[in-house]
Design a protein around this ligand. Structure first.
Ligand SMILES: [Zn+2]
Length: 223
């Protein structure tokens, strides 16, 4: 069941691993099927190059396994995914990474400010990537903290742990957001380093809300 979503999940999991966002089996992924309300979830402890759609687990929002063709268990961090889908009914995909620069600021418990305009696409209502307080991975406590954080933004850090990106369209867009978080974190790191640790200027939330490509950019000769 849900074969095309399983294939999408495997494709993104492999890409995340190859691009260095999810090294050494870290991170996990899920997609919600809007028709059935069911989720496809990445399995625990499996190298992404070995992963096939058969290994992807189908679950419901009550954390019951509906199908696991190859007998693998869902990721140990699935509670966090479930709470995100409950908190944000429109969300269709969740990508969780342990990417290095984002995790650096997560372990410092330091939100990342909106310092480049691309973050206008990251759903940051307070012009920052917030940090969800520490909770042990896999616990209801962490899931609750993340649930609160995703009401503020589509991209959040998990204290002492990693990052989460969510999207209302599909898992490819959630993956892009995860990649942007890492890029933003790297730029922020470099800006702090080049500026003797002083904060770079960042956007106000109002400015981010106003930034809209189609209405504000015109091309010479365009009709
Ligand atoms: Zn994790």
């Amino acid at each position: 069941m849900l074969e095309s979503l399983k294939s999408d999940l495997v494709a993104v999991a492999r890409r995340a691993q190859h691009e260095g966002l999810c090294k050494h089996k870290s991170g996990n992924f899920s997609i919600r099927d809007l028709d059935s309300g069911l989720l496809v979830v990445s399995p625990t402890s499996l190298d992404r190059d070995q992963m096939s759609p058969r290994d992807v687990v189908v679950m419901n929002l009550d954390a019951e396994v509906i199908e696991n063709e190859s007998g693998l268990r869902p990721t140990s961090e699935v509670l966090m995914h479930l709470e995100i889908y409950k908190a944000r009914p429109e969300v269709r995909a969740v990508v969780h990474t342990h990417s290095a620069y984002a995790t650096t600021f997560a372990l410092l418990n330091r939100p990342i400010p909106a310092i480049v305009y691309e973050v206008a696409n990251l759903g940051l209502t307070r012009a920052r990537v917030p940090v969800a307080p520490y909770g042990r991975p896999g616990t209801p406590e962490l899931a609750r903290y993340v649930r609160e954080a995703v009401t503020e933004a589509d991209c959040v850090l998990l204290e002492k742990h990693g990052a989460v990106a969510i999207d209302e369209r599909n898992i490819y867009e959630a993956f892009l957001k995860a990649a942007y978080i890492e890029e933003l974190a790297e730029l922020y790191h470099h800006a702090l380093t080049a500026n003797q640790g002083r904060e770079p200027d960042s956007f106000e939330p109002e400015e981010l809300r106003k930034w809209a490509y189609p209405s504000q950019i015109t091309f010479p000769g365009a009709r």
